[in-house]
Design a protein. Structure first.
Length: 296
């Protein structure tokens, strides 16, 4: 059963169509990445799903209910992790979680939440003494405290250093391991590729692509990049393909990598040459994203 169903959703602000006929589904238990440049309509779509904004037309159901009509019953089943969250700085981490647990009918035990987000050793520390990354973990903990079925993660690793981002990714994996459905918005394409089961790309209020990270990469017309060291004593014009060299390194892009690789390897082996550091790079999710949103 789908956790979220969106059909022909529309929302305008005056002459601006912020959400223009958007349709997608989020399956229960998956991580669904909602991507797009600023102004693409992501935030408006998410706010409609969270019940904070009303659509002009179309249909949206969240956990089988209309987010405008679900009321407290629906909100108790949903967790929100916003980009910024203000919490009492003088409370300890444990006190903060205990306070928020009181808002829910069936909250998770504090010890489980602390372990899940990696804050067990900071349980008695005051919130104000924590690092930025540790405070962001508190945001994740508060999103989990009510044991929600569905979690909205809004750019959860913005401003993190590489190590903190990897730790946050593991927390998201832990959430998925608990059977949670997660809607993730992020501007980091490596994050979406690492975490999302499926991705929906929006641009100018419309869905321009949807699928798994691998299927989106496979469907793109972006070129495959081939790179190798130019054999000693060989000039680029002797290669069987059209390519230039910079500092002895040949780089070319092609839509037919199999044919180009065959031509290069047959040419090199026939002359007893090695193509040192031969590297074939498929289009990344970032390449695909930039291609899909090029007009913006």
């Amino acid at each position: 059963m789908a956790a979220i169903v969106v059909s022909e959703l529309r929302k305008s602000y005056g002459a601006l169509a912020a959400v223009d006929g958007v349709s997608f589904e989020v399956e229960s238990g998956e991580v669904f990445g909602l991507l797009g440049p600023n102004g693409a309509g992501k935030t408006t779509t998410i706010e409609i799903l969270e019940g904070y904004r009303r659509a002009d037309s179309g249909r949206a159901t969240v956990l089988g209910e209309d987010p405008q009509q679900g009321g407290r019953r629906l909100k108790e089943r949903i967790g929100l992790v916003l980009q910024e969250l203000a919490v009492p700085p003088l409370l300890s981490v444990r006190e903060l979680l205990e306070m928020y647990r009181g808002y829910y009918p069936s909250p998770r035990p504090v010890g489980e939440i602390l372990e899940l987000v990696g804050l067990t050793e900071k349980a008695e520390a005051r919130v104000k003494t924590l690092s930025g990354g540790q405070q962001r973990r508190i945001d994740l903990a508060l999103g989990l405290v009510g044991d929600p079925e569905l979690i909205f993660l809004d750019e959860p690793t913005t401003g993190f250093d590489p190590g903190a981002r990897r730790n946050a990714w593991q927390i998201v994996r832990n959430m998925r391991g608990l059977g949670k459905t997660i809607v993730l918005t992020t501007h980091y394409m490596d994050e979406a590729q690492e975490l999302a089961d499926r991705i929906c790309v929006m641009a100018k209020g419309k869905v321009v692509a949807e699928g798994s990270p691998e299927s989106l990469r496979a469907a793109t017309v972006a070129r495959t990049r081939i790179r190798f060291g130019l054999p000693r004593g060989v000039s680029p014009d002797l290669l069987p393909v059209s390519a230039g060299a910079v500092d002895g390194v040949v780089t070319l892009e092609t839509l037919t990598p199999t044919t180009v690789l065959r031509d290069l390897t047959v040419w090199a082996t026939g002359r007893g040459l090695e193509l040192d550091a031969l590297e074939v790079t498929r289009p990344s999710l970032e390449d695909v994203y930039l291609e899909l949103t090029a007009d913006e």
